[in-house]
Structures are given as structure tokens and as C-alpha cells.
Ligand binder design. Structure first.
Ligand SMILES: [Zn+2]
Ligand SMILES: [Zn+2]
Length: 357
């Protein structure tokens, strides 16, 4: 199979954090001869939009994003070229693969050897320090792209590559066991609605925390056993504990952008429970009571996206129909409007860009 690769493409380019996103029709495409060994070129079919893309676009993290930048890290597409002198490639031309946040790691350092590829000192991040998936073509790496199971449609797979992967890994490493309670603040959101489904698939009992009738309906339909509307509840800590056998949940997966969601979890967790910190706010602090963290034997763990194996597992569960992304399709040219809606908190579920539009 060989593909006709154009010299230029349509791409959404961030030139600086205070300039609007530019949709350019003349963005260069890296030619096959210019691909380094181990690099591959992916023609995108679909890409999800993550909150992290907004952080990268606004440059509001303690670590800076490159400019000019093509954002995006939930991409699904076909491999159309592979760099010369790439021995033992696990993927071939024509394969449908995913591009996730972690575009590259060395696979040789201590972190990589321990399965913490995302903490590799040589890590390259899609849509942050290397160009990502908000373009018709993206350069990625044969040892890090994720094969997409045949039974999973591309638009449905896209947001599994970041949102799904992130919550799946957090649950996997939370030490929660079958029959345990897990609290999910923000359960009706992009990460939360996937966390409900993965948690249910793992045999956990879900307490969903969010607000509004629409989100209550969604969370309940997806398998949440209990629901707390945080706007209608005066004492959240007490209500959460009462909902989970009067003792509190065994685990909380907190994806919030503010610090209060994290310290509150330390208060409502059952003794011996685990707080999985998953959100990436740029400057919020986790202010937990040291006394109660110790007195209640609480574990606080950071969980940062996931490695290649976590990604394969998260996709397999989705391919079996046990985790479905609730998404709305838009076009790449709509990206500016999508970011505005995200900043206003108006996006329900996930936005996926159909790259054929
Ligand atoms: Zn993401
Ligand atoms: Zn490494």
C-alpha cells in the first residue's frame, strides 16, 4: 500500500498564547524522506479535544509549550509513511493507530523500564513540545502509537486515548477492589463519565458527584449506584460518607481543576482509602490535613495519563462496549469556538473533530 502525500495541509496553529488559533491551509507536511528512523506519518481521521489542549494553547502551566504549536493528543488515523532505517517496527503502513499525549519516550531509562514511560526525562508530548493531531497529518513514533482494535470506530476511539486512558490507569492503580466504593467528583464530565464505566467494568460501586438533572440521568444510566448533587447538598463530606456505608468511599478519583476537590476527598475517604489525583491545574495546591492523612491512613497518589500497556487495555475495554465516549462531532475549523465553549464550561461529554470535514 502506498499513499499520495501532499506537501501542505490544513492545520490549527497556535503562534503565541495571546493570538487566536489560525486555521492554515499551507502548513507543511513532513515528507517520507525527511522522517527520522522510528518516526511515522499518520493521516488523521479523528481527534478529540482535551482540556490540556486549552492549557497548552493558553500556556498557563508551570512548564511552557512550544510555539508555533499544533495542539491535539487524542488522534486516530492511518500510518501513511515510516522513516527509512526503522528496524522491528511493530506497526506497518496502512495500520490504524492512535496518537496519545505521550508521543515518545526512550524506553531505556529507569522510568521507562519500570513502565513509567510518561515520566521519561526524554518524553515528547503530542500537542505540547511536539506538534499534535489538530492537522491532517501528524508525525509520531512507531514504538509509541497505539493500535486501534478493529471493532472500535475511529471517532469513538479518539477520546479513549487521553480521557479514557487517564481514568482507567487511575482506577487500575488505586488499589480499589471488587465491591469497593469509588467516589467520582465531576462524574458527568469528559473524564468522569468514562470513569463511571471503567469503574463499573472493574466491579467497583460508583458514587457520582456532580450537579443538574441531565448529569444525574447520564451518571445513573452509565452505572452509578448513588448520586450527590453538590449544589443541593449542604455538607458534602457527610453526604458522601453516608452514601458509602456511613464510612466513606475506599477511593476517590479527582479530576477537578481546583484544590478544594482534593482536600475534601481526604475528609470523606474511608480510613485506609486512596485519593487518586488526576487533574492538572497549573497552580492549585493540595491542602490536606496532615493529622487526618496520617490518622486515617490515607494514601495520596498522583496518576499521570498512562503507558502503552494501559492504553491498549483501555481501548480493549472500549472495543468490548464496556466504556463508550459520549461525544459531539465538530470540524477542525470549529476549534476556536470549541475552546471558547470549554472556557465557559459549556461542553458536556467530549468534543471530537471529524478530520474528513
Ligand atoms: Zn488530554
Ligand atoms: Zn525513558
Amino acid at each position: 500500500m502506498s499513499y499520495n502525500i501532499p506537501k501542505t495541509q490544513i492545520a490549527a496553529v497556535v503562534t503565541s498564547s495571546d493570538a487566536p488559533i489560525e486555521i492554515r491551509a499551507d502548513h507543511p507536511v513532513k515528507a517520507q524522506v525527511d522522517l527520522a528512523p522510528g518516526e511515522c506519518l499518520v493521516k488523521l481521521v479523528s481527534t478529540g479535544v482535551c482540556h490540556t489542549d486549552l492549557h497548552a494553547r493558553n500556556n498557563d502551566w508551570p512548564i511552557p509549550a512550544k510555539t508555533p504549536l499544533v495542539g491535539g493528543h487524542e488522534g486516530v488515523g492511518h500510518i501513511v509513511a515510516i522513516g527509512d532505517n526503522t528496524p522491528d517496527s511493530p506497526v506497518k503502513i496502512g495500520d490504524r493507530v492512535g496518537i496519545k499525549w505521550l508521543a515518545y519516550s526512550c524506553l531505556d531509562c529507569e522510568q521507562c523500564r519500570n513502565g513509567l514511560e510518561q515520566n521519561c526525562p526524554k518524553a515528547k508530548l503530542s500537542g505540547f513540545n511536539v506538534d499534535g493531531t489538530f492537522a491532517q497529518y501528524a508525525v509520531s513514533y512507531v514504538h509509541h502509537v497505539t493500535p486501534i482494535p478493529d471493532s472500535l470506530e475511529s471517532n469513538a476511539a479518539a477520546s479513549i486515548l487521553c480521557a479514557g486512558l487517564t481514568v482507567y490507569r487511575a482506577l487500575k492503580y488505586s488499589d480499589a477492589k471488587i465491591g469497593n466504593w469509588v467516589a467520582l467528583p465531576g462524574a458527568g464530565g469528559g473524564l468522569g463519565h468514562l470513569a463511571i464505566q471503567y469503574a463499573t467494568a472493574m466491579g467497583l460501586r460508583v458514587l457520582a458527584i456532580d450537579t443538574g438533572a441531565e448529569k444525574k440521568k447520564l451518571c445513573t444510566e452509565l452505572g452509578a449506584e448513588k448520586w450527590i448533587d453538590f449544589k443541593e447538598t449542604k455538607d458534602i463530606v457527610k453526604a458522601v460518607q453516608e452514601a458509602c456505608d456511613g464510612l466513606g468511599p475506599h477511593c476517590a478519583i479527582v479530576t477537578a481543576a481546583s484544590g478544594s476537590g482534593y482536600s475534601q476527598a481526604v475528609d470523606y475517604l474511608r480510613s485506609g482509602g486512596t485519593l487518586m489525583a488526576v487533574g492538572l491545574p497549573g497552580d492549585a495546591k493540595l491542602e490536606a490535613s496532615i493529622f487526618f492523612t496520617v490518622f486515617k491512613s490515607i494514601t495520596i497518589k498522583g496518576s499521570y495519563v498512562g503507558n502503552r500497556q494501559d492504553a491498549i487495555e483501555a481501548l480493549e475495554i472500549a472495543a468490548r462496549g464496556q466504556a463508550k465516549v459520549h461525544y459531539e462531532l465538530q470540524a477542525l475549523s470549529d476549534l476556536k469556538g470549541v475552546y471558547e465553549a470549554m472556557e465557559e464550561g459549556k461542553v458536556a461529554g467530549r468534543i471530537v473533530l471529524d478530520m474528513s470535514k
